[in-house]
Design a protein around this ligand. Structure first.
Ligand code: PEP
Ligand code: MN
Length: 357
């Protein structure tokens, strides 16, 4: 696959901003004018809105497309909107939209992605593909392939986080490893972080944007509204153009790498220390597994079950407490110990099932 950049601009991230939804011509133009001179490459605005629940505002539809045309004429900004079917694609192309995007609820459905892909055959336009609502890398890749097979080569992806059940500070949890894995598979694809839909709230937008920059993401998409509290959709996560300007001015853009000798020397030294520690960790884990095997043999001889729930809860609790006192998060310690425990059980199981004991 030969995926190209969505714009001929490099060395600085792709900056996308604009309201969640186009509500009125005035609101769209007011937002766009306020964003001029803020380094924005692309003005976003949803014309057709996929909403989780019915009876919510579902977008103004085609009447809003000329508003985006006016944005282009009056501000020179390029414009983008979400498409979720054949009609949307035709209308958006007719209206001269510069870039299209597929929403999370579209990427999740191969029928709809294929419909959009078919409508794009023979068209040369950049397309951005949001991650599917669920953390399924294959579905995301499938959508990229369908759009690419339709002849579209300027493709970027947008990480907007994943649906979840249970308590978290995010609206959609960012599993950063998933876009990182995607980048490994498609090294040329640009990855944009949609901090608004990850956060669902204003107070952590900056942290998530910075996190994306720290991970060397290629761009940011943020929802901006002149009066966020009055927005017809996603009111809680939108920010005013003034707040947006402040946030962007505080953002530290990281370089991918450098040729600076002193930096290289120092980082090599630190990496060497890390490698040694990793080596020790692996040796200790291997020793731990050998002991687990001895336990397995002994349990087998005495006909005792492998899993001892009380002992396991005790190990986990102690580890989490110890981890906390050493600056390791509860989440990390518990994931790590669950993995170690599972591996220990597998080793014990192998010993128990062996016939030569
Ligand atoms: C949006 O960008 O406004 C939107 C609906 O996003 P998502 O598809 O990520 O939910
Ligand atoms: Mn939105």
């Amino acid at each position: 696959m030969e995926i190209k950049q969505i714009f001929d601009k490099k060395d600085s991230p792709i900056i996308i901003a604009g309201p969640c939804s186009a509500e009125t011509e005035e609101q769209v133009l007011e937002t766009a004018h306020a964003l001029v001179g803020q380094g924005v490459d692309l003005f976003r605005s949803g014309i057709w809105k996929p909403r989780t629940r019915p009876n919510s505002f579902e977008g103004v539809g085609v009447v809003g497309l000329p508003w985006l045309k006016r944005v282009k004429e009056e501000t020179g900004l390029k414009v983008t909107t979400e498409v979720a079917g054949r009609e949307h694609v035709f209308e958006a192309l007719k209206a001269g939209i510069d870039v299209l995007w597929l929403g999370a609820r579209t990427t999740v459905n191969p029928f709809t992605v294929q419909e959009v892909a078919d409508a794009l055959k023979g068209v040369d336009i950049p397309v951005m593909i949001k991650n599917p609502v669920n953390p399924d890398l294959e579905l995301w890749i499938g959508a990229i392939e369908r759009i690419y097979n339709a002849g579209i080569t300027r493709i970027a992806v947008i990480h907007r986080g994943f649906s979840h059940h249970g308590k978290t500070i995010y609206r959609n949890v960012p599993f950063w490893q998933i876009p990182i894995d995607l980048k490994e598979k498609f090294p040329d694809i640009e990855i944009i972080c949609d901090n608004s839909h990850i956060c669902g709230r204003r107070d952590i937008l900056q942290d998530v944007a910075q996190r994306a920059m720290n991970l060397n993401f290629d761009g940011l998409m943020t929802e901006v509204h002149p009066r966020p509290d009055e927005a017809w959709s996603d009111a809680k996560q939108q920010v005013t153009p003034a707040r947006y300007k402040e946030m962007m001015s505080q953002l530290v853009i990281r370089k991918a790498d450098t040729d600076n000798k002193e930096y290289k020397h120092h980082i090599d030294h630190l990496r060497h220390e890390i490698d040694e520690i990793d080596n020790d960790i692996m040796n200790l884990l291997s020793q731990r597994m050998r002991i687990a095997e001895r336990i397995g043999e002994y349990k087998k001889r005495n006909n005792i079950a492998i899993l001892q729930p009380n002992r396991w809860s005790e190990i986990l609790e102690t580890a989490v407490e110890k981890g906390k006192s050493k600056g390791l998060s509860e989440e990390f310690t518990s994931i790590m110990f669950k993995a170690i425990h599972e591996e220990s059980i597998n080793h014990q199981e192998r010993v128990m099932n062996a016939t030569d004991l």
